[in-house]
Design a protein around this ligand. Structure first.
Ligand code: SAH
Length: 335
């Protein structure tokens, strides 16, 4: 889906047709032009052949309805994932920014896929659109967007930001900047660019280790952008934007969940405007999940030392919901 292409298809039509078409796509959430009653019949069939609204995908729903995962089949054969997490008061869509990923974090399923390509801004927006359509019959809409799916958003910066502007635009989805978050493994130039961005979206940092040598073992990106440099860039971001940063910390049994690690994390984050989001490790073939008591102790050490903590619920583990697992499983069996 591409606005430029849409403009070209409507080139010989009166100017207002473009507005009607955009309205049909993003407000009426049509998935077939024949549903769009304001358009003349011939134009509907022209649009259906030259600018189809179909998003080719497979849905996986968790039985309790809280998590829905879409595997989207792109026209070049790549598969990407988007996840809808339904809460009482919000519907959050987690979108992918790349097909595959070049960052090779040792715990991540997408990392194992390797890098395929950057997604276009429309392929990013399309993921939100898919779930907006899904929620429509429930009389609900998408309220939050997080760029925490497959890929490293800061390595596809322009397309991600342009997509988020569309998501944020009052005429399109109108999702407030504060309800949009981008997560990075620590690409410093991207964080710098984000701090100059007018749109005040939230920044999340995938930390996963409290000191450099362990972090390098888990996340090769730490060799390129070492933890100390990353933290000073994040502090600059905070002083410029005056926004709280989320530090994501994946707990892996016997690797980064010791008392020592929690104390080092306290030291690293003391006085930094932000909070830690503890993430349960989704099994990807290596490592094991930290037990409940270890998680509780880790959390308590942080909190006792004045660090705010939130804990992520393991949404949809049984449908391989997190982070590239579905695409990693299916990519070989794609029809
Ligand atoms: N590349 C970006 C965004 C995508 S990953 C980043 O690194 O932040 C989104 C989050 O899921 C990151 O915090 C990532 O570290 C985490 N993640 C990756 N593999 C995971 C796994 N097996 N279990 C739980 N979280 C995982």
């Amino acid at each position: 889906m591409d606005f430029e292409l849409l403009k070209r298809v409507l080139e010989n039509e009166p100017g207002y047709r473009y507005k009607q078409a955009v309205r049909a796509i993003f407000l009426e959430l049509a998935d077939d032009w024949s549903q769009v009653s304001v358009l003349p019949k011939e134009l509907k069939s022209k649009l259906n052949s030259e600018f189809p609204l179909v998003i080719n995908h497979t849905l996986y729903e968790l039985s309790d309805g809280t998590t829905v995962k879409a595997l989207i089949h792109l026209s070049d054969g790549n598969n990407i994932e988007a996840v809808l997490m339904r809460h009482k008061d919000r519907n959050t869509v987690c979108v992918s920014s790349q097909a595959g990923c070049s960052m090779a974090c040792s715990f991540c399923a997408t990392g194992r896929l390797g890098y395929r390509r950057n997604l276009t801004k429309f392929e990013i927006v399309m993921q939100v659109l898919l779930f907006a359509r899904y929620l429509k019959p429930h009389q609900q809409g998408v309220t939050n967007v997080v760029v925490m799916g497959m890929g490293e958003p800061m390595l596809n910066y322009d397309n991600v930001i342009q997509a988020l502007r569309i998501v944020n635009s009052k005429d399109i989805f109108g999702i407030g900047a504060r309800k949009i978050s981008v997560s990075t493994c620590g690409i410093i130039p991207g964080i710098r660019r984000l701090s100059d961005e007018e749109m005040d979206i939230n920044l999340a940092i995938s930390l996963h280790a409290p000191e450099g040598s362990l972090r390098s073992k888990l996340m090769p990106v730490n060799n390129r952008f070492p933890l100390d440099d990353l933290m000073s860039e994040v502090k600059k971001y905070i002083s410029k934007k005056r926004r709280r940063v989320m530090f994501e910390y994946l707990l892996i049994s016997g690797v980064n969940d010791s008392k020592d690690c929690s104390m080092q994390l306290v030291k690293l984050l003391k006085g930094v405007l932000g909070f830690v989001n503890l993430i349960p490790y989704n099994y990807t073939g290596e490592y094991s999940v930290s037990d409940k008591q270890t998680v509780q102790e880790f959390r308590k050490t942080l909190e006792d030392n004045g660090i705010e903590v939130t804990q992520r619920f393991a949404h949809g583990r049984d449908i391989s919901a997190a982070c590239g697992q579905l695409a990693a499983q299916r990519v070989v069996s794609k029809k």
